[in-house]
Each structure stands twice: as structure tokens, then as C-alpha cells.
Ligand binder design. Sequence first.
Ligand SMILES: Cc1ncc(COP(=O)(O)O)c(C=O)c1O
Length: 412
Amino acid sequence: MNTAVRSASDYIEQVEEFGAHNYHPLEVVVSSGFGAWVTDVDGKRYLDCLAAYSAVNFGHSHPVLVDAAKAQLDRITLTSRAFHNDVLGPFLEGLAKLAGKDMVLPMNTGAEAVESAIKVARAWGYRVKGVEHDRAKIIVADGNFHGRTTTIISFSNDPDARADFGPYTPGFVSVPYGDAAALEAALDSPHGRDVVAVLLEPIQGEAGIIVPPASYLQEVRRLTREHNVLFIADEIQSGLGRTGATFQCDNAGVIPDLYLLGKALGGGIVPVSAVVGDADVLGVLKAGQHGSTFGGNPLAAAVGLAVVGLLETGDYQRRAAQLGAHLLSALKALIGHGVVEVRGAGLWAGIDIDPALATGRQVCEALAARGVLAKDTHGSTIRLAPPIVVESSELDWAVEQLVAVLADFGAK
Ligand SMILES: Cc1ncc(COP(=O)(O)O)c(C=O)c1O
């Protein structure tokens, strides 16, 4: 093994040589981080405006979360669910109460939370709703991103996510996102009686921070209730403070049957995900019907409990709302000056760059050179989701860097 790895390019080449090529990262090699900032192997600092796709909502190395993890590391990290541990209960109770629901199914990654909810919804459909066996359908939305497992990519319409990974899992129907009439038509169709759930992102993150019309989630809630169908809100990226509320559903004034949580639930320290719902739905699972070796492990539970503690204060939600309003108005001023459109909610923004100037990737590379880390999606969109601990002046500085980058590409 070559242990004499030193320069940034050495690290990058090593990953290229020994890692599967399923990512195309920017050429930045991060070695440490605190708060909203990370430092690369050459000592250069960057404002992290991606926050690991919202997994680092509370900032890198948040002292409360790191202390919770360290204290737990010194006690016990894994017991499996074959036995009880003394941290799981407090975490489950804390998260259930934060969400205003009866119970929690703890898992690890976001995709596992989605997979778990699909199983719960199907079992609920057969055991409670009375859907004929093996006929359950789940309605999803075009442009969705719910993860990368074979079942989940079966209902993606992104060719990169799907191509060559079939045969696909049946039982999903996709309708246009943000279109309540299309959802209603699907529910009223001949297959409608087999529908057990509607699974949606309250804001579509990977699709480019697509914010649906204001009344959409309320319409989804009304229609799902009328048709005796579960409403599953995938808040894995939108939840836990990002949009200026505990859940984006709160901003819309709706309560789904199941919340899917992940990313920030692990505080950027460990993967922690969860399905959160009431006993009449989540209670369909009986012993042996679902599980995970690491789901609900003591380390995850300790960090998750500390995350719940941070959110209980409401401070992060308020801060994201205030900073987000500031950021979005600064970004909207760039429309017509290299920016075509800006969308967002809370501290989460999607910026469509004028494709005549540059690709999203080129803008992100130029931003990185100026010390701002952001991520492109779908060609010309870049998204900003800085840790909520970022300062207002730092956001102003990031926007200044974007203005300078756009000017370099010829924006007027
Ligand atoms: C809305 C949503 N659901 C699910 C996932 C999958 O989460 P994970 O990558 O932890 O499996 C993501 C990841 O980006 C997401 O944004």
C-alpha cells in the first residue's frame, strides 16, 4: 500500500484508481471542517454551501453532536436489535414527539427509510385497507429522487438512475409533480382502488429545488384522505430545519401519514434515518417483518437524540427562515444578470444559470476556486444549502463570489 500520499492530485488519482466511478466530484480534497467552513489538504478554506445535501444542517463538528457521539463511543456503539439498549428509547420518544406522531422505525440511510415506507404502505394496504393481494400501487411524482436501490430507481424517470438496472419493481405510477388534478385523475382511474400511498418530496431537491404550487401539498392531503390512501412525505432532504421549519409540510400546514427522515438526523456524523408515523399505520409491522443490523444502534440513537434536542428549541428553524429570506432576495437580484431563475424555501436555493454563459458544473468549479462549495444538477442548475449555522455576512460573501464568477463568464 502506498502510504506516501500527499498532494491533492495524489488523493484524487487514488480514488480514481481504486474507487468505483459512480461520482464525479469537484477537485477539492477536504480534510477538516467546522461550522459552515471546510479546509482542504493544502490549507485552503471553503464556505460549504452544500452541507452534504443537508446532512450537515447543524454545521460540521457541531460541539453538542460531537460530544454526544464521543460520550456514546466510550460506552457502547452497537448491540443489534436482538437486545435493548438504553439510548434507543429516549431517541424514539424524542423524535416521535418532535414529529407529533406515535412511533418511529429507525433505519440508517435515506433509501432504507423509503424502502421501509414502501413495505409499510403495502402491508397497510393489504391488512388494513383491504387491497387485493399483490396489487398495491404507490403513486409517485415525475422528477422524483428517493434514493438508489433497485426498487426506488424503478420509479425514477432519470435515465442515469435507471438505465441498465432493470428488471424494475412493479407497483408504481408516476404523475406530474405539483399537479393536483393529475393526482386526482390517477386516484380516480380504474387502478385507483389499489393505490395504497402517494409518495412525494415536499420540495424536489435533486430535480433542482422544485417548489410546488402553494396549495399542492394541501390538495395532496385532501385527496389522499378522501381516497383512503397514505400520504408519505419524503423529508429526507427538506426536513429537520432546512426550509425554515421542522418539516416542509409544516410550511404548507399539512400533516402526512408518514414522514421519511434521514441526512441531518445523523448530524453529519453517522447515517441515521427513520420512518415516523402513527400506530394505525406503522403498527402494521410485526416482529421479524422488517429490520436492520445497524438500525437504532446506540451511537446513531445518541446522535439522533442530540439532533432532536437541537431542533426542539426551534432556533435552527427560525434561523434558516431568516437567513434563507436574505439569501433568496440577494439571489433573485441576479435574475437577468447571468441567472435565469431562482427557486427556494428556507435556506435552500436552486439557481438556474443562463446556459448561454456556462454550465452549472463550470460555475461550481469557478466558485470552488473562489472558496465556495456548491453542487450542480441537471446541467445548468446549481443549488445552495449551507449549514444553518452560516452567518448572514458569509452568505453575502458567497453571493459576491457568484456575481464575480458570472461576470467572468460574461454576464452583464
Ligand atoms: C428526498 C431524498 N430521499 C431519499 C434520499 C436517499 O438518501 P440516501 O442517499 O441517504 O440513501 C435522498 C438523497 O439525496 C433524498 O434527497
